[in-house]
Design a protein around this ligand. Sequence first.
Ligand code: WT7
Length: 648
Amino acid sequence: MPEKNIESALNEKRVFPPSAEFSSRAAINGLEAYEKISRKALDDPEGYWAGIASELHWFEPWTKVLEWELPFSKWFVGGKTNISYNCIDRHLATPRKNKIAILWEGEPGDVRALSYQMLHREVCKFANVLKSLGLQKGDRATLYMGMVPELAIAMLACARMGVTHNVVFGGFSAEALRDRINDSQSRVLITADGSYRRGTTVALKKNVDDALEGASSVEKVIVYKRTGDAINMVAGRDAWWHDLMASASADFAAEALDSEHPLFMLYTSGTTGKPKGVVHTTGGYMTGTYITAKWVFDLKEEDTYWCTADIGWVTGHSYIVYGPLLNGATSVMYEGAPNFPEPDRFWSIIEKYRINIFYTAPTAIRTFVKWGDQWPAKHDLSSLRLLGTVGEPINPEAWMWYRKNIGGDRCPIVDTWWQTETGSIMISPVPGAVPAKPGSATRPLPGIVADVVDRQGNPVGVNQGGFLVLKRPWPSMMRTIYGDPERYKRQYWSDIPGVYFTGDGARRDEDGYFWIMGRIDDVMNVSGHRIGTMEVESALVSHPTVAESAVVGRPDELKGQGIVAFVTLAAGNQPLPALKEELKIHVGKSIGSFAKPDEIRFTDSLPKTRSGKIMRRLLRDLASGTKTVGDTTTLEDFSVLAKLREEE
Ligand code: WT7
C-alpha cells in the first residue's frame, strides 16, 4: 500500500468522538454500553451470538450454537431458517409492509421504489420462474447483471428456494465470466441485455453469448430487458425475464433451509492465478450482516441508507441487499457512474432522497477531492447523519475532506475493515460509542477477536507492524473455497498456526486501535478491487508474444494502487509501444477493464533468486520509484537489476 499513507497515518493524533446528540440516539449509545457488550461477547461467545441470531426468524431452533473443527465451522447447527424470509416476509405483518425496501435510480434518471410487499411479490414470482425451469435446492445460478432491482430480486429468489447464487460483477469479461460459470457448475444464468454506464450501454448479453461458448453446464439464460439494445436470443436456451414473469404465480413459501445451507459463492482474487469461490452459508451470514448493519450504520426506522458499491462485490451483497433488508431499512441503489451527467451525481441523489447514511469507498472519495469542492457545495447534504468507508485504507487527508465537505463536520465516519471472506464488518467504530481517528478502522466489533502477530503467531508490541489475524470463529465467516477445502485450509489457516490469516498487515496503537496497512501478500487493491498479481500474469503469458511476466502494485494517488507489469517477450517479438497497448487490451479481455495494467515495461530478464523465484520486492521498489534498500544478496544475477534501472 502507499508508503505515504502509512507514514501520515503514523503521525495521526486527531480524535473525533461522536457528538452527544448522536450518541444519545444511537443503538449503542456510549463507551460503557459498548464495553459491556464486548465483555459479554468475550466471556460467552456462543451465548452472545445465539442472542443475536434469535432476534431473527427460525423455522426450527438450533441444537448447537457452534461446531468448531479448526478451520471448519458450523453455526446454529440443526436450525432451519431462510434469509429471504427474514429480509422480506418477516416485515410484512408490520408497518414496514408499505415501507420502501429498495429505492432505485437508473443512470438515465428513471426511478423505482419497491415496498417490502412489492419486493415480496417479485421475489416469489421469480422463485416460481426458477422452479419452472427445473432449478432445485442445492443447484447454482450465476447472476451477471448491472445494478437493477432485478439483481436483488434474483438473489432473494435463489435464497428463498435454496439455490446458491454466484453473482459475477458486470465489469468482468466474457472469459472471466466463463471461468466462474464453469467452476460453479451453474445450471442457470441470469443476465440483462445491457446496463447503463457513463451515458453509454455495457453489452452484457454479448459477453454472455461469448462466455457460453465453452460453458456447458448452463441450460437456460434469463434476460432482463434494461437498455433495449438489439441482442441475440438463442432459441430454446434464452428467455426474457418479463415473458417468464408474466404467468408466474406470486405464491412461493420460503424453504426452511439448514442453517449451513450454502447461500452464495463469490469469486475473489488470491495469490494464485485462479480466483476462488468463497462460500457463505445461511444462518451465520444472516446473523453477521444483520447485527453489523444495525450497529455500525446505526439504522433507524426512518433512515434512508445508501451504499454506493456494486452488488457484484461482497459489499453490495452484505450492505445493499442482505444487511439493510434484514433490518427492514430503505436501501438506495444507483445504477450508473458518479460523474454522469456531471460530477455531482452522488450529491444530487443525496439531496433528492434526503439520504441519512452514506457508505462509499476511499478511492471514490479521493476522486471527489480531485473533482473539486464545488460539486458537493452545490447541494444540500444536511440530511446526512453518518458516513462510512470500505475497501482499502483511507488516508487521513481524504478522511478529513469527507468529514468536512460531505459530513458538514457533524457526521461520524465509520471506517469499516472486512473482506469477502469475513462476510460482514469485523473492525469498525460503533459510531455512537467509539471515537474515530482518521485513517484507523478503530476496534474489532463485539465478538470479533483480532490481533497483530508475527510469523509464529506471537502478538507484536504496541505500534509494531505485523500480520492481522482473527483468533476466534465468527458466524459470517467463509466456510470453504468452493470445491477445494484443502486450498481453504492452506490459504487462510496454515501460515500462522491456529488463527485465520487475513493477508493484511496492520499495527495496533496505544489505545488498541487497528491501523490497516494493506495487503502483504501478492494481491493488489486497485480502486477497492482485489486483483491477484498472478491473475494478471496468467493473462499476460496467455498472449503469444509474452514469454514471462511479473506484475506488481505501485502507490497511486487516486486508485490506492496501480498495476505495473514487467514483461519479457518471446523470441522474435519487438518491444514496440503498439504491443504494450495490445497487451493491456488482452488483459482487459481476459479479466475485465478494471484489471488493465497502468504501465507495461519490457525487459530482457526478470530479477530472480538463485532458486528461480522472481524478486517482486525489487520490482515493487522499481515500479514505485523508491530506491531499493532491502536485501538483494539472494539475487541470482545483479546485472538484471542494473539493467532494469537503466530501462526506466
Ligand atoms: C481487502 C478485502 C470488504 C469489502 C470490500 C473489499 C482491504 C477492506 C478496508 C479498510 C483498510 C481495507 C483489505 C482487505 N480493506 N476494507 N476499511 N481499511 N483496508 O473486499 O475485495 O474481499 O478485499 O480490502 O486489504 O483484506 P475484498
